[in-house]
Design a protein around this ligand. Structure first.
Ligand code: HEC
Ligand code: HEC
Ligand code: HEC
Ligand code: HEC
Ligand code: HEC
Ligand code: HEC
Length: 390
């Protein structure tokens, strides 16, 4: 541990030397390191980064709640480490991931290092990064073996991400998926008869839909920013073993619905989009107050003002109470969809034919997905490809 202090002190200088040496591209293009990556909250002040963004889960308004001061007073900077602006963490960024024992070299970040902050992902998506629950972790993968470190125009510390439907920037747009580097799009060969049938599915059914199975960890189900217990919004969880929601998604990120870049997605709204497939999601229902019926989703009534409107002190802020201070206050309820891409379960637990098709099929809601009924039965009875009802 005592090396940590040493590293902290030399961190900034070492960064320049190390990054300069490790990548000629850095010098040429003058791209930054972590401070310019999405981990460093690229875009502070420009509006193109995440720092100034609003997300329904923390419901913190950067603009209205004292910007950096408000942000750091809520300890958001403990994980959103940022750079120069961060009063506590700016010089020790490196140690979050490079938990080195020796100041002479940077050790390779381990899963546990990434998870000190990404534990939030487990709560959003029910992931469990354990050997029992995740075949890739069991095979010894580190996070960055899929989320490979790449340089882009901003930073040499970007880690490939795909186009998961969340509110983060598409900094490394479309660069990660099961089939990008590793798996064949028609990957099944183990049992011949079944393999052919499974491979036919991969055009309309995402790998994750069958292979992430029932979710191994508890996850958020609902958060109410109008009902408080001990000052915290009432939050409901799904118990481990929950079945995801299934929706059509075309991997182009959020923004098509609603009036703000939130992961709001209808079941069939992207069905006809190019490359759309059925994907698994955790749909988290969130309630929050906005200022007027026509306000954007991020024109929120800040949480302290909502709490202050609880005049009878029962923890429930009714619309009536809220409208005393904000006459046009409006309660919004929307579902935030967090896509599921981790904790690929052992093959024996992947969903098979009977889990989706037939009398006892229970994984998909065919009508919700825009089919007249079970796609296999429709095919068998000559009703075409099951596409209909739109
Ligand atoms: C968000 C996690 C994270 C942070 C924070 C971070 N790094 Fe890294 N860094 C990585 C990962 C992951 C790799 C790739 C490791 C690999 O490929 O095995 C890497 C690679 C490197 C490499 C290249 C090592 C090599 O052998 O090629 C250097 C140098 C480096 N980081 C320096 C730094 C410095 C200096 C800081 C602080 C200013 C820093 N890193 C902060 C995650 C991080
Ligand atoms: C200090 C906390 C912290 C550590 C450690 C950390 N991350 Fe992150 N990571 C974040 C935060 C916060 C975000 C998202 C917000 C942002 O843009 O700053 C993020 C975003 C990401 C994203 C983009 C995800 C998206 O939805 O856009 C990927 C991929 C990622 N991290 C991978 C890693 C990997 C791999 C490691 C370990 C090498 C790691 N992170 C370590 C805090 C951390
Ligand atoms: C087997 C490959 C693989 C491994 C290992 C892996 N990921 Fe991912 N990760 C993915 C894929 C694929 C996506 C979805 C990309 C997309 O479509 O945006 C993803 C998405 C993400 C996202 C975006 C939001 C989400 O959760 O869907 C974050 C953040 C992330 N991964 C962090 C991590 C961290 C931290 C680790 C290690 C604990 C890790 N990943 C390990 C493949 C992997
Ligand atoms: C325990 C670590 C942790 C803390 C503390 C934390 N976050 Fe995050 N936050 C993350 C991670 C990791 C992600 C991105 C990965 C994902 O998609 O889940 C994220 C994502 C976000 C996003 C969406 C990213 C974007 O680009 O729009 C916002 C907004 C956000 N956080 C705001 C906050 C606010 C506000 C606070 C303080 C009230 C906070 N966070 C505290 C870890 C944390
Ligand atoms: C319709 C459900 C479904 C879809 C979609 C699906 N799989 Fe599978 N997959 C399975 C089942 C079930 C098995 C186990 C087959 C068996 O019993 O041998 C399997 C087996 C596998 C295996 C083990 C080796 C083998 O040849 O059987 C791999 C690897 C695999 N799938 C990868 C993928 C990838 C990558 C995708 C996306 C391109 C994908 N799967 C899409 C259901 C699916
Ligand atoms: C995750 C749920 C899921 C699983 C598991 C699954 N299917 Fe399907 N199946 C679907 C969906 C969705 C469609 C419709 C795809 C489309 O719209 O083209 C479909 C279509 C079909 C069709 C009609 C179209 C065609 O390809 O001929 C048949 C037959 C079929 N499945 C058989 C099977 C068999 C056999 C298995 C096991 C090897 C299986 N399915 C496993 C979801 C599933």
């Amino acid at each position: 541990m005592r090396f940590r202090t040493v590293l902290t002190k030399i961190g900034a200088t070492f960064a320049l030397i190390a990054l300069g040496l490790s990548s000629p591209l850095v010098a040429e293009a003058e791209v930054g390191g972590v401070e310019q990556s999405y981990h460093g909250q690229l875009g502070f002040g420009s509006g193109s980064g995440m720092l100034e963004k609003w997300c329904a889960l923390p419901n913190f308004s950067f603009e209205q709640q004292s910007e950096i001061d408000g942000w750091t007073s809520q300890s958001c900077n403990g994980c959103h480490i940022g750079a120069a602006w961060n009063p506590t963490k700016s010089s020790s960024n490196c140690l979050y991931c490079h938990n080195s024992d020796s100041p002479k070299h940077w050790d390779v970040p381990q899963v546990a290092d990434c998870m000190t902050c990404h534990s939030k992902d487990e709560t959003k998506r029910g992931d469990a990064f354990t050997a029992e629950q995740d075949v890739h972790i069991a095979a010894g993968f580190l996070c960055q073996e899929c989320h490979e470190r790449k340089a882009d125009e901003f930073s040499d510390h970007q880690f490939r991400k795909g186009t998961s439907i969340d509110t983060t920037e598409p900094t490394m747009e479309g660069t990660l998926s099961c089939t990008k580097f590793c798996h064949d799009p028609k990957p099944h060969s183990a049992k011949k008869g079944i393999a052919v049938k499974l491979n036919r599915h991969t055009e309309k059914v995402a790998c994750e839909t069958c292979h992430t199975g029932l979710r191994p960890a508890a996850a958020l189900a609902r958060r109410q920013w109008n009902v408080f217990v001990s000052g915290k919004p009432v939050t409901t969880m799904r118990a481990a073993g929950w079945l995801p929601e299934h929706k059509w998604y075309d991997n182009t990120g959020p923004g098509a619905s609603g009036n703000y870049d939130l992961p709001i997605l209808g079941y069939t709204e992207r069905r006809d989009a190019e490359g759309a497939k059925i994907y698994p999601f955790n749909s988290v229902s969130v309630d929050w107050y906005i200022k007027t019926p026509t306000s954007k989703f991020d024109e929120v009534i800040p949480v302290p003002a909502v709490k202050a409107a609880d005049f009878n002190g029962d923890g429930i802020v009714t619309l009536e109470e809220m409208q005393v201070t904000y006459p046009e206050a409006t309660l919004v309820t929307e579902e935030m969809n967090f896509n599921i891409s981790h904790s690929v379960v052992p093959v024996a637990l992947a969903f098979g034919c009977k889990d989706c098709h037939g009398r006892n099929g229970w994984v998909l809601d065919w009508q919700q997905l825009g089919y007249e009924g079970d796609a296999r039965r429709l095919k068998a009875t000559g009703k075409g490809n099951g596409k209909g009802g739109k």
